[in-house]
Design a protein around this ligand. Structure first.
Ligand code: UDX
Length: 428
């Protein structure tokens, strides 16, 4: 098939690379000319494992363009994967989607299957369909499909190839588009879940809200376990063994970040409020996540009453391991809070770059430099390279001996044997 992917971000580039790998001819379009020129020269704008290799491997099938008009003329299947960031009020900013739909509507001269992969609030696909009709496009010339993604940054390629499910939202009476979707994903073994356009949109939001809820639940439980001197990892194992709960997303720590959970939970809340539905669970899970950083600050203050003027090393800037993405990173929020208290922060991350310039927060290119003479070390992102560190050597380079494990990912007993004062949450 000829497919035009609109949007060259985390989702668009991953989708384009995987679809080319499946044998399709793919044109990936973006309005960012510099990004497109870089991609044409083999420079990938984001760090995502396996992505660069897959793009290079499929360079005869995968091309890049700056022009929607030129690109959609060559493809009967259009996949829209542009961003839908949060507005101040928590609603989704659909301006990028709207501008793409406006541009597409003016260039439909043969049948198009328009697939919305972007995360959009319930009801958006239906309104997109109406908008295209209002722009004068004949209903016989197109159809809309909702096909949300469930990709995790850091494992997006494998998540798409081994998806737990492919969710497809169809318009009433659309007996054609499913065959196009199945042709597009031919070769993937994932089961299909077929629903309405709005059903597919709702599945996406419910999925992210449920995952965020699991994280906030285990973090609230960790706060309780902390007081009862119970190991939260035993509790996570004990409940996770129940098939109805499952072992995933029960890792207590400093909380979730990223470009999805924060914005999608807010957007779902906004959609609910628009229909006068109260969302106490969505409120609560956000409140726990927003205040989780405070728990760690309080723990530090207990150990170091006068935090100001101390040197604190923070390992990890990205919102999670295996990505360079710092959007809504709990580590960044923690560093900002510590700098407000007067600490000097020495930060290091294998891939991510500090998203802000700050006179008290210095990013080091080498981990060894970031730990020199520090009073306390915080592990804020669970990069594998941190888990494999020679902690004896780390301690010899520090001035103090406090290690705050904000991802509960180190072995407490081993760390304490080296002379560290280990702090976690629910880690007695
Ligand atoms: C998420 C969803 O997993 C994915 O399906 C959706 O398409 C996009 O949003 P992503 O945000 O990329 O993916 O990463 P994810 O692995 O879900 O982690 C999100 C955040 O939760 C990270 O900050 C991570 O550190 C945190 N997390 C995750 C926990 O704190 N505990 C856990 O047990 C798991």
């Amino acid at each position: 098939m000829d497919i035009c992917v609109i949007g060259a971000g985390y989702v668009g580039l991953t989708s384009a690379a995987v679809l080319a790998e499946l044998g399709h001819r793919v044109i990936c379009v973006d309005k960012d000319l510099e990004k497109i020129n870089n991609l044409k020269n083999g420079i990938i704008p984001i760090f995502e494992p396996l992505l660069e290799d897959l793009i290079k491997k499929n360079k005869t099938l995968l091309t890049f363009s700056h022009s929607i008009e030129e690109s959609i003329s060559k493809a009967a299947t259009l996949l829209i994967a542009v961003g839908t960031p949060s507005n101040i009020d928590g609603s989704s900013d659909l301006s990028f989607i709207k501008s793409v739909i406006n541009e597409i509507s003016g260039h439909i001269f043969s049948y198009k299957t328009i697939i919305i992969k972007s995360t959009v609030p319930p009801g958006t696909n239906e309104s997109i369909y109406k908008t295209i009709l209002e722009k004068g496009v004949d209903p016989s010339q197109f159809n809309i499909v909702s096909n949300p993604e469930f990709l995790r940054e850091g494992s997006a390629i494998t998540d798409m190839i081994n998806a737990d499910r492919i969710v497809v939202g169809l318009r009433d009476g659309d007996g054609y588009s499913l065959s196009i979707i199945k042709q597009m994903y031919h070769g993937l073994k994932s089961p299909y879940i077929i629903t309405s356009l709005t059903g597919a949109e709702m599945i996406k939001y419910a999925s992210n809200a449920m995952l965020a809820l699991k994280i906030s639940f285990i973090n609230e439980l960790a706060r309780i376990c902390d007081k009862y001197l119970v190991d939260i990892q035993d509790v996570a194992k004990g409940i996770g063994a129940d098939a109805r709960i499952g072992p995933h997303f029960l890792q207590a720590g400093i909380g979730y970040g990223g470009s999805c959970f924060p914005k999608d939970v807010l957007s779902l809340q906004f959609s609910a409020k628009a229909k006068n539905v109260n969302t106490p669970i969505l409120e609560a899970l956000q409140e726990i996540n927003d205040t989780q950083v405070n728990i760690y600050i309080d723990k530090l203050k207990e150990m170091m009453p006068d935090l100001s003027h101390s040197i604190i090393t923070v390992l990890g800037i990205a919102f999670k391991a295996n990505t360079d993405d710092t959007r809504y990173s709990p580590s960044v929020r923690l560093m900002n809070r510590l700098s407000e208290i007067g600490c000097e922060i020495h930060a290091y991350d294998p891939k991510a770059v500090l998203p802000m310039a700050h006179n008290r927060i210095i990013q080091f290119n080498r981990l060894e430099e970031s730990i020199l003479d520090s009073d306390c070390l915080i592990l804020a992102t669970d990069w594998e390279e941190f888990l494999q560190l020679d902690w004896n050597d780390v301690k010899s380079k520090m001035k103090g001996n406090i290690l705050l494990d904000a991802r509960n990912c180190l072995k407490k007993n081993e760390i304490e044997k080296l002379g560290f004062n280990y702090l976690g949450i629910g880690r007695p």
